[in-house]
Design a protein around this ligand. Structure first.
Ligand SMILES: [Zn+2]
Length: 344
C-alpha cells in the first residue's frame, strides 16, 4: 500500500467528471450541480484549481448562474441541471442541496456572488421549512430530514441572512432528533447516524448555538459517540465497516466539537489511503480491491485527509465543507455587503 496521496491522478479524475460523467452515473443528472461541486471543490482542496483554464472557470460560473431560479417565490433556488429548459418555467424549482452546492462552487471559483438574487433565495428557503422545524429539499413534495436543514443553514450562512429560517423551530427539531445513545438521527425517533450527526452539529455551529443549546453532558455524549466510531477509519453507525466518507462526516464533527486530537489520525489516514485508486484516481468507500470509486467518496476522502492536516492539501472549513481559502473569500464578501447596507 502506498503512503502518498496520488494528487495528480485525483485531479485528472475530477477533470474527467467535469468533462464526461460515466454512463453508470447518468441517473445522477438530477444532482449534476453536486457533482460539479465535488469536482471543483476537490480540485481546490488538491491545490489544483488552475488545472481548469480561466475560460473553463468562467464557463462553469455562467453555467451555475443559468441554474438560478429567482423571483419565483417558493420555487426560488438553484436547479440541478439545465435539462429543464427555461421555456418551461412552471417546471423549474430550486432544490436546497443544489442551492448550497451552487453557491459554494461559485465562491470556490472566485465569483463575488453579485448576481445571486439573495432576497429571492431566502424566500425559497423559508418556503421549505415544515411546522416541525425540519426542511424539505423543494416545495413540490419530497422527503424532509436533517440533510436539508443543514443545507438551509449553509445557504443562510453564505448569504449572511438568517431571516428565511425559524431558528428556534430548527433547534427544537435537532434536539428532538437526539437518540438514546447521544448522537442524532435524520429525525425524531430515528437511529443515530454519522451523516445526520454531522448535519445537526454543523447546523447548530453555523447558527452560533452549538454551545448554547446542548448541555455539557450532551456535548460529551456526542463526543464519545463520535470517537467510538473509529475502527481504523470511521464507520457511520455502530457495527458497520469503516467507510471513506465518514473520515469527513465524523472527522468534521469531532473538529467542531473540539476533540479531533483524541482520535487516531494515523490509523484513519492509513485506511483512507487503502481506498484510493492510484492508477486512474478517485476514492472508493471501502478498500479499492472491494469497491468502485465515485465522486462523493473521492471528494469526502480528500476532505477527510485535509482535516488531518495533510501538508499539501488546502485546509478545510469543516462546517461549510469548503476550503478555508473559499471561506476567507466569503468573509470578504460579507464585509462588502455589510458596509454597503450601512451606507445605503
Ligand atoms: Zn460512504
Amino acid at each position: 500500500m502506498t503512503s502518498a496521496i496520488a494528487k495528480k491522478k485525483h485531479a485528472k479524475y475530477f477533470q474527467r467528471i467535469l468533462q464526461l460523467v460515466p454512463s453508470r452515473l447518468a441517473m445522477f443528472d438530477r444532482s449534476r450541480l453536486t457533482f460539479a461541486f465535488f469536482a471543483i471543490s476537490g480540485l481546490d482542496i488538491l491545490n489544483c484549481l488552475d488545472e481548469m483554464s480561466h475560460d473553463e472557470q468562467l464557463q462553469a460560473i455562467e453555467w451555475i448562474y443559468r441554474l438560478q431560479v429567482s423571483d419565483s417565490g417558493y420555487r426560488s433556488g438553484f436547479e440541478p441541471s439545465t435539462t429543464i429548459p427555461k421555456e418551461a418555467p412552471n417546471y423549474q424549482c430550486g432544490h436546497l442541496a443544489m442551492t448550497y452546492t451552487g453557491l459554494a462552487t461559485l465562491l470556490i471559483l472566485g465569483d463575488d456572488l453579485s448576481r445571486v438574487d439573495r432576497k429571492s433565495l431566502i424566500k425559497g428557503i423559508s418556503a421549505c421549512q415544515n411546522p416541525d422545524g425540519s426542511f424539505t429539499a423543494t416545495r413540490v413534495g419530497c422527503e424532509s430530514d436533517m440533510r436539508f436543514l443543514y443545507c438551509a443553514c449553509c445557504v443562510s450562512a453564505i448569504l449572511d441572512d438568517w431571516s428565511g429560517i425559524n431558528k428556534q423551530k430548527a433547534i427544537d427539531y435537532i434536539l428532538k432528533s437526539i437518540s438514546y445513545d447521544g448522537a442524532m438521527g435524520q429525525g425524531p425517533g430515528l437511529e443515530s447516524h454519522g451523516g445526520s450527526t454531522f448535519c445537526a452539529v454543523a447546523s447548530l455551529f453555523l447558527m452560533g448555538e452549538l454551545h448554547n443549546v446542548l448541555s455539557k453532558e450532551q456535548l460529551n455524549r456526542l463526543r464519545h459517540w463520535c470517537l467510538m466510531r473509529q475502527d481504523g477509519g470511521f464507520q457511520g453507525r455502530p457495527g458497520k465497516p469503516a467507510d471513506t466518507c465518514y473520515s469527513f462526516w465524523i472527522g468534521a464533527t469531532l473538529q467542531l466539537l473540539g476533540v479531533s486530537h483524541l482520535s487516531d489520525p494515523e490509523c484513519n489516514r492509513k485506511f483512507v489511503l487503502t481506498t484510493q485508486n492510484t492508477l486512474i484516481g478517485g476514492f472508493a468507500k471501502f478498500e479499492i480491491s472491494q469497491a468502485d470509486t465515485d465522486p462523493l467518496h473521492t471528494y469526502l476522502g480528500l476532505s477527510g485527509l485535509s482535516l488531518l492536516g495533510e501538508a499539501d492539501l488546502q485546509a478545510m472549513n469543516a462546517a461549510l465543507n469548503i476550503s478555508q481559502r473559499a471561506y476567507n473569500r466569503l468573509q470578504d464578501i460579507h464585509k462588502r455587503w455589510r458596509s454597503k447596507s450601512e451606507h445605503s
